[in-house]
Design a protein around this ligand. Structure first.
Ligand code: PGA
Length: 253
């Protein structure tokens, strides 16, 4: 079996002020040291990044942003770049989340530039892919995943493919309480791994692929126990320290 260290990431989305982020860390960090063999990444909004970086400096917890522009600097009002994140001590970045694709017109063309830029900067990109409910019903899941994975990773060198983290997030499962069944999740993630394998067999074995979409403490162990699932990207449940701890503990066993 390939040795893929599990990774659990908290996507706080547009939630938590600095005071709320501090409160979360007060509750989360005392138990975080006991989690075992799992990488834990917390992705707060930009405004709380510094707070969370400072609070996790001595802890086995890394910090990620939720988006990043592909240029280092320039006339891009409202955007934030890789060097700005690095300076704060951020180590990862979620890219291509379906909410950004849907509400902010994030395109595969932009992601094809963002993913290699993040890697070049030394940030771990957590690239999100996934199908809508209509696409699943029309049996277009594989077509959608193929299009996103191939386009978004097109400019990543084969030697760096395994440094990307991919999150398979069926859009119909995000924030709905409706998780993919273990069979659906395993099939889609196995398919994503095979797509990476079309580029490089070794990278396919090494790349970490997460499941996301209504993961909570009651379903985490079953999903995380599946052979191709290397962790979880967690939204709603990650806002509560006890629930996110329980999910991370399930990944570390
Ligand atoms: P959810 O969100 O866990 O609330 O479904 C997951 C995500 O959007 O990353």
């Amino acid at each position: 079996m390939p040795d893929r260290r599990p990774l659990v990431a908290a996507n706080w989305k547009m939630n938590k002020t600095n005071a709320e982020a501090r409160e979360f860390m007060d509750a989360f960090l005392p138990a975080a040291g006991e989690l075992g063999d799992v990488d834990v990444v917390v992705c707060p909004p930009y405004t709380a990044l510094q707070t969370v970086v400072e609070r996790t400096r001595e802890a086995p917890v890394r910090v990620g942003a939720q988006n990043m522009h592909e240029e280092d600097a320039g006339a891009f009002t409202g955007e934030v770049s890789a060097p700005m994140l690095l300076e704060l001590g951020v180590e990862a970045v979620i890219l291509g989340h379906s909410e950004r694709r849907q509400h902010f017109a994030e395109s595969d063309a932009a992601l094809a530039r963002k993913v290699p830029r993040a890697l070049a900067a030394g940030l771990v990109p957590i690239l999100c892919v996934g199908e809508t409910e209509d696409e699943r019903e029309a049996e277009e899941t594989e077509r959608k995943l193929r299009q996103q994975v191939q386009a978004d990773l097109a400019a990543v060198d084969v030697g760096q493919l395994a440094d990307v983290v991919i999150a398979y997030e069926p859009i119909w499962a995000i924030g709905t309480g409706k998780t993919a069944t273990p069979d659906q999740a395993q099939a889609a993630i196995g398919f994503v791994r095979a797509l990476v394998g079309d580029r490089d067999a070794g990278a396919a074995q090494a790349v970490r692929i997460l499941y996301g979409g209504s993961v909570d403490p009651s379903n985490a162990a079953e999903l995380l126990g599946l052979p191709d699932i290397d962790g979880a990207l967690v939204g709603g449940a990650s806002l509560h320290a006890d629930r996110f701890l329980a999910i991370a503990a399930a990944a570390g066993t």
